[in-house]
Ligand binder design. Structure first.
Ligand code: ARG
Length: 283
């Protein structure tokens, strides 16, 4: 039976300790434009970016989570967006293959680091997929975005490699080019999965699929999505999100979650927020 909001709401929220991989933005800058957020004429303050990232890492740790840090590589400024480094599931690890040549080198940097550091074998994909940017695990569902980055053909490859069903969701707004810019996994417990999303980022068909899978989902507005509010990290209770997404924070609090604002304004210049900087390890 599908759990309804009333069964899972408010006081029942439980934080579960997580294991994350992050990449310190030592080499972060905006030197090319591959999404509408990036503007090479706008200066990036490297020290502020680093301090904000350290605050995100410290926040995860303060909430009881483990963070492993993968070293950044010179010339790969977007490597800070660790969510794009892989998809790590109980069924196995899948590496990535980027749409844009500027990011191509990150794929092997992540895959080999993960293998060398005891995360287990990483499948090197044939089709284009941008990892947890477009691939989100919610309970028994593996949600997969397509339309801008991850190819629809990659969804079939993932289903084959992981032996699980993949739910394809078409993204239609270039500002929300990755699934994790349009949808937050609030609770990934299979017994009471919970998500929030901005419907306008999805095709009508994808909206219908989400409505069927998550009839009680929290629907957000364009204002929230437009500050990358959806790009948030939840442990089932605490939701780390942009301080600019105040309305979203209020809605989350009403729903029994604890919003934890962390300002990542410099990393937003690359088109990423808290979730983009956080890869989830599942074993
Ligand atoms: N500049 C990066 C890109 O456009 C940002 C990636 C953000 N990551 C994410 N998981 N949404 O590819």
């Amino acid at each position: 039976m599908t759990a309804s909001l009333t069964e899972t709401s408010r006081a029942d929220r439980v934080a579960r300790p997580r294991h994350f991989v992050m990449c310190r933005p030592t080499h972060f800058t905006v030197s090319y434009e591959i999404n509408p957020w990036m503007d090479t004429t706008q200066a990036v303050d490297a020290d502020v970016a680093l301090a904000q990232w350290e605050e995100l890492k410290a926040t995860h740790e303060r909430l009881g989570h483990t963070v492993d840090v993968v070293p950044g590589v010179p010339g790969l400024p977007d490597m800070v967006y660790a969510a794009n480094g892989a998809l790590l599931t109980a069924e196995g690890n899948v590496g990535v293959r980027f749409t844009h040549p500027e990011r191509a080198g990150e794929a092997e940097a992540y895959a080999s680091w993960l293998e060398e550091n005891g995360f287990g074998p990483v499948h090197r994909p044939v089709e284009t997929n941008e990892g947890e940017g477009d691939l989100l695990v919610v309970g028994d569902h593996l949600l997969a975005g397509f339309g801008f980055r991850t190819a629809l053909t990659a969804h079939a490859e993932l289903a084959r490699v992981l032996g699980r069903e993949v739910t394809s969701l078409e993204l239609v707004d270039p500002r929300f080019y990755h699934l994790d810019t349009a949808l937050t996994v609030l609770d990934d417990d299979p017994a009471h999965p919970d998500v929030a999303y901005f419907p306008g980022a999805f095709s009508p068909a994808a909206q219908a699929v989400l409505q069927r899978l998550f009839p009680d989902a929290l629907l957000t507005d364009e204002e929230t999505a437009a500050v990358l509010g959806m790009n948030a990290v939840s442990d089932g209770l605490h939701v780390v999100l942009s301080p600019r997404a105040q309305r979203y924070a209020d809605l989350l609090a009403e729903r029994g979650y604890q919003p934890v604002p962390v300002d990542l304004s410099e990393l937003l210049k690359g088109g990423g927020g808290a979730k983009c900087c956080t890869l989830v390890v599942r074993r």
